[in-house]
Design a protein around this ligand. Sequence first.
Ligand SMILES: [Zn+2]
Ligand SMILES: [Zn+2]
Length: 149
Amino acid sequence: MRAYAKLREKPDMPWSLDEISQFLDQQGIRPSFQRLKIFEYLVNERTHPTADEIYEVLRKDIPSISRTTVYNTLRLFLDKKIIQMVNIEKNEARYDATLSWHGHFKCLKCGQVYDIEIEELKLGGLAGYQVLEKHLDLKGLCPSCCQGK
Ligand SMILES: [Zn+2]
Ligand SMILES: [Zn+2]
């Protein structure tokens, strides 16, 4: 978990716009309303949306928002390392504001991408290698799809 998350008094509570504003400011990002709403959606919904999904949801509340603004804002957040890109499908970029080490599970039926906690992962044969990136991606059926709901 990154330092800022630990600093929050109640890490599991949704982030308020004030809190997001302060956080973006600390990261050297001017907290415009559209940037606040994009980060809020990522950090509070935690659904690993694509840029198009973010655009489709936010334009209901913010008719002036453009697809380009969403793409540019996501690029800025990536550059500042406050979000990560999730490429569980090669042709589909999803975005995640949870930066602690965790895996992803994509349901092949409903298409949702869930966070998976990793308690222990044992790898062999890595002596002499320097790991710069790690991703754990799983695919299958989520609990509700398994139950046929
Ligand atoms: Zn499912
Ligand atoms: Zn995630």
